[in-house]
Design a protein around this ligand. Structure first.
Ligand SMILES: Nc1ncnc2c1ncn2[C@@H]1O[C@H](COP(=O)(O)OP(=O)(O)O)[C@@H](O)[C@H]1O
Ligand SMILES: [Mg+2]
Length: 231
């Protein structure tokens, strides 16, 4: 049996001052190359799950094994490096730095790792082109449409060729046509780079772009559907 890229074991989360667990013993395996969609009502714990898997919040109990390493046991400094180099994260509201240009936003993770221009120039050019952002490279995010801003965020998430990219309602702030374009783009990234993708969505249509659909309700996984290959 192959080792899962990401394995979640009995993950629970309760926030301080709360009386009820937000995540109640989640178990989950994600293989390299999976495109996973997490569906669930508002407040069901989707963002909490994604934030913990992405190393941005701590678990109360349980393990999160990324490539066999339990990230819940890492020190903050190790975790920060992991977040910049092995994990991509894309948010609903894009979270771009408003005073940095498109290209500066994209290479930000590499700047933070003190990479030189020589090291990132080629990648930057590649992803600008891949995401059809070349003409917008010198612009500020505020001058871009929502769909364009989200492509910048996706480029930033991809620049390190991460093991996995997490997206929390990446199209929640976009019209439905642009949303489909972003889903098609994610599908292409998944197939062409074999990048593992895990997205949270409200939309059944968006969810159907993945090969695995996980339904979450009140902090429990209530259903897991694995589609046939190339369906
Ligand atoms: N930092 C926090 N402190 C206390 N409660 C929180 C915090 N973040 C989320 N919650 C609560 O946890 C539950 C799940 O939230 P969330 O994971 O954001 O759900 P979803 O993304 O599915 O809408 C909600 O009841 C929410 O109010
Ligand atoms: Mg949420």
């Amino acid at each position: 049996m192959t080792k899962a890229l990401l394995e979640v074991k009995n993950l629970s989360k309760i926030f301080p001052s709360m009386t009820e667990y937000v995540l109640k013993g989640i178990n989950l395996k994600i293989e390299k190359g999976d495109f996973v969609s997490v569906l669930g009502a508002s407040g069901s714990g989707k963002s909490t799950l994604l934030t913990i898997l992405g190393g941005m919040d701590t678990a109360t109990e349980g393990e999160v094994l990324l490539d066999g390493v339990d990230i819940t046991k890492l020190k903050e400094k190790e975790l920060a490096k992991l977040r910049r180099t092995k994990i991509g994260f894309v948010f609903q509201f894009f979270n771009l730095a408003p005073y940095l240009t498109v290209e500066e936003n994209i290479i930000l993770p590499m700047i933070l790792e003190r990479k030189t221009q020589k090291e990132y120039a080629e990648k930057l050019k590649y992803y600008l082109d891949y995401l059809k952002l070349s003409d917008l490279a010198k612009k500020l995010p505020g001058k871009l449409s929502g769909g364009e801003q989200q492509r910048v965020a996706i480029a930033r998430g991809l620049i390190y060729q991460p093991e996995i990219i997490f997206l929390d309602e990446p199209t929640g702030n976009l019209d439905s046509k642009t949303a489909i374009e972003i889903m098609e783009l994610l599908q292409r990234i998944n197939k062409e780079f074999n990048t593992t993708i895990m997205q949270v969505t409200h939309s059944e249509t968006n969810a159907s772009f993945g090969n695995k659909i996980i339904r979450i309700q009140d902090g429990n996984i209530i259903e897991e559907i694995v589609k046939d290959n190339d369906a």
